[in-house]
Design a protein. Sequence first.
Length: 178
Amino acid sequence: MNATLEKPLRVLMITDVYFPRINGVSTSIKTFKQELTNLGHQITLVAPAYDNDDDGQDWIHRVPSSYLPVDPEDRIMNRKAIRSLYDRELKHQEFDLLHIQTPFIAYYAGMDLAKKLNLPVVITAHTHFEEYLYHYLPWFPKSSMRYAARWFSRRQCNEVDGVIVPSKPMHSVMQDYG
């Protein structure tokens, strides 16, 4: 356990993507979970439900989700189902920190949960969306996508208590955004 903390942290994470969807965010969350658990902390994850997600892991709360039209491997979590999960379970648990892993539905639902649970919030900026979004919306002007990605990233990161970045290049990108 981390010697600088008096007690283990109880971290509530929320994400728009997790296994069985294989990508860097899923892998990062798995690593966060393993390493934080090894330090004695408790992790709870809110993630979208997939057709084949029978992982049987009690630390994961799967939320009903829909296919994302531009990427059938990803899902859009149902906000009403997240509110129901809060009413049914999350409000009866104690957490010390909310960790948002992705900037879509999870971001907005996470901010709502943090307010209701009176928690500080950190976000991980996993992806350089300025260079990525046009893969999903190739018909949209690239300059507009870059502007939107910068604006959303800056706004979201400035609304939370802390930002985690996975690399030095991403750290530079986020600093440039302000």
